[in-house]
Design a protein around this ligand. Structure first.
Ligand code: OXD
Ligand code: MN
Length: 618
């Protein structure tokens, strides 16, 4: 899959220089690698070429160290289980900082640190943090190599586990490095797990399976487009291409350069008549985004193809339409809840070549997690490495356990994932988990109303996370933890984009698969049946279906949403689209309070939208 390097790349001791391949001419890259090495003091520097040989050597060493547990090759070839430290299992939002020059540019929804002070503190932490280890230099491209929407980055890391994941999640290696010419812009990302093997006195300690540090910092410097991450080896804290680059730094770059970096899946739909549609959809975590990205439509004749499951970069094209690429090359999916019934496509994707983190191990040497099969295995080794039986009374897999797998293994992958110009969007969808208020589907009245819908996305807290169950959490555009600048300015950027796109702008929709009746039962079957809502959206784009105008948006006119064969009654349909004026007025009050924190930076259009909604509710 990856080309053999033109220049052989070998690990050499640090004293011999930065050990860059001869073709690297970008002085800022060479200087930066030298500076980070001088600070972190690794024993060796290895420039990753992304080759099969490199993968073989890294996995061989990690197996020998007991870090990677090879799965049974007969059931899950070339796949591994990794168990993290129980204190390092998820993104750490309270340790994530936007270090913009001015605090108000980070805005009220981000943690902020003064960049100079933060860099000082980071330099102290990174000083000697790679002693005794190899520093890997990981060049990568987000998006197709050389594509007009793509961006280049280089992560240095002392985690070979992060290297293996980056090789799956990005186009990583020599081909990406070769694109960084003398003057090419690239994003630097520094990562250390913060567990040196040699102390400043030269005393060596043994390594452990999951090195990390209780002190964690995930820092972003938007103005200088830099990322520094310390103390964690897990997911978005360590794979700096993902949330750190593609969303936090990406969103900032997008604002400066006239594009959008979004927490959205991208899906291609084909109707029975052979017409194609492209949609991008933003959902907060735990709202079924991966399932929608890999949906198997239940409606005869419709097909769905996957282009992305998590991140979309959107840019106006020469024809004035909005084009989307998925900058990633793999899925870093949540394992629990993924099974043959809920997401057969994901289950087929992970047939092999997959890194599993914090799932359970079966006696056959395969993986298991809650929701994978109906039949619960009689015995497992749980994510912490302890014996487990169904009577154990605890989760076998961690709730945030993951699979990392190449997107090219996805059986529903669209050829258009390879398209460097992206796909033209017909619709943008915002979703959330809401037992009340939000209709099954509603069309925004116009772009500004759509931005208002995106800005007010909220989701009910589930029992899996901290907080009060059922409590509403605002997650505007599903970007709350991922926007690299002031959220109010981000909304303004979306409003400006609407002006730029004009009549070419995609239509905006809101969906909610999770509405419940008074007895607490879901009113809508969800999963593959969500294709019915997607069909309605496509038909609507073509002007083929009628709407009912409600205060909250345009919903399907009676009979225009296909529910043939579903066990959904007329009364259920009425409840799925009911607008309770009192509850909506209360929601408007919450929105006003939410907006208030942005002060003068809140775009006037959103205040106007809120007032208009109140008016429509009267
Ligand atoms: C993710 C997330 O991992 O949103 O995609 O947390
Ligand atoms: Mn995500």
């Amino acid at each position: 899959m990856t080309a053999t390097p033109a220049t052989p790349v070998r690990d050499v001791p640090i004293a011999a220089g930065v050990n860059a391949p001869a073709f690297v001419t970008n002085q800022s890259l060479l200087t930066w690698v030298g500076e980070i090495a001088a600070l972190t003091k690794p024993e060796r520097i290895h420039w990753c070429d992304g080759s099969q040989q490199e993968w073989y050597e890294l996995t061989r060493d990690l197996i020998a160290q007991g870090v990677l547990i090879p799965l049974n090759p007969d059931v899950r070839p070339d796949s591994f289980l990794v168990r993290s430290d129980p204190d390092d299992v998820a993104r750490v939002e309270d340790r994530t900082f936007i270090c913009s020059l001015k605090k108000e540019d980070a805005g009220p929804t981000n943690n902020w640190r003064d960049p100079a002070g933060m860099l000082d503190e980071l330099r102290g932490l990174f000083d000697g943090s790679m002693r005794g280890r190899t520093m890997y230099v990981v060049p990568f491209s987000m998006g197709p190599l050389g594509g007009p929407i793509s961006q280049l980055g280089v992560q240095v890391t002392d985690s070979p586990y992060a290297v293996l994941n980056m090789r799956i999640m990005t186009r990583m290696g020599t081909d990406a490095l070769k694109l960084i010419g003398e003057k090419t812009p690239w994003v630097p990302a520094v990562h250390s797990v913060g567990y040196p093997l040699v102390d400043s006195a030269g005393k060596r300690t043994d390594d452990i399976a999951w090195p990390s540090n209780l002190t964690k910092y995930i820092c972003h410097f938007p103005e200088s487009r830099e990322i520094w991450s310390y103390g964690s080896g897990y997911g978005g804290n360590a794979l700096l291409s993902k949330k750190c680059f593609s969303l936090r730094i990406g969103s900032y770059m997008g604002r400066q350069e006239g594009w959008l970096a979004e927490h959205m899946l991208i899906l291609k739909l084909t109707s029975p008549e052979g017409k194609t549609y492209h949609v991008a959809a933003a959902f907060p975590s735990a709202c079924g985004k991966t399932n929608l990205a890999m949906i198997t439509p239940t409606l005869p004749g419709w097909t769905a193809e996957t282009i992305g499951d998590d991140i979309a970069w959107l840019r106006p094209g020469a024809d004035g339409r909005l084009y989307a690429i998925n900058p990633e090359a793999g899925f870093f999916g949540v394992a629990p809840g993924t099974g043959e019934k809920t997401n057969p496509v994901a289950m087929h994707t992970i047939w092999g070549n997959t890194i599993f983190t914090n799932v359970a191990l079966t006696d056959e040497g395969d993986v298991w997690w809650e929701g994978m099969t109906e039949q619960v295995p009689a015995h497992l080794v749980d994510w912490r490495g302890d014996d487990w039986t169904p009577e154990s009374g605890r989760l076998a897999a961690h709730a945030n356990s993951r699979f990392t797998v190449p997107i090219q293994q996805c059986p529903t992958l669209s050829d258009e994932w390879f398209e460097s110009d992206g796909v033209p969007l017909d619709a943008i969808i915002f979703g959330g988990r809401r037992a009340t208020n939000i209709p099954l589907v509603a069309e925004a009245l116009d772009w500004e109303h759509g931005v208002f819908i995106g800005a007010t996305v909220s989701s009910e807290q589930t029992a899996a996370a901290e907080g009060t169950v059922g409590e509403l959490r605002r997650d505007p555009f599903a970007m709350l933890p991922f926007c690299g600048y002031n959220m109010a300015d981000y909304w303004q950027h979306w409003l400006d984009m609407g002006v730029k796109l004009g009549a070419n702008a995609p239509k905006i929709y809101q969906v909610n698969w999770f509405r419940k009746d008074d007895a607490g039962h879901f009113l809508w079957p969800g999963f593959g049946e969500n294709s019915r809502v997607l069909e309605w959206i496509c038909r609507r784009i073509d002007g083929e279906v009628e709407v009912n105008e409600l205060p909250v948006g345009r919903v399907p006119a009676a009979g225009s949403l296909n529910i043939d064969g579903l066990d959904v009654t007329t009364d259920d349909m009425a409840q799925l689209f009911a607008v309770d004026t009192d509850m909506w007025n209360a929601e408007c009050d919450l929105t006003e309070r939410f907006f208030d924190q942005f002060g003068k930076r809140l775009p006037e259009e959103l205040t106007t939208q809120l007032a208009a909604l109140r008016q429509r509710l009267m």
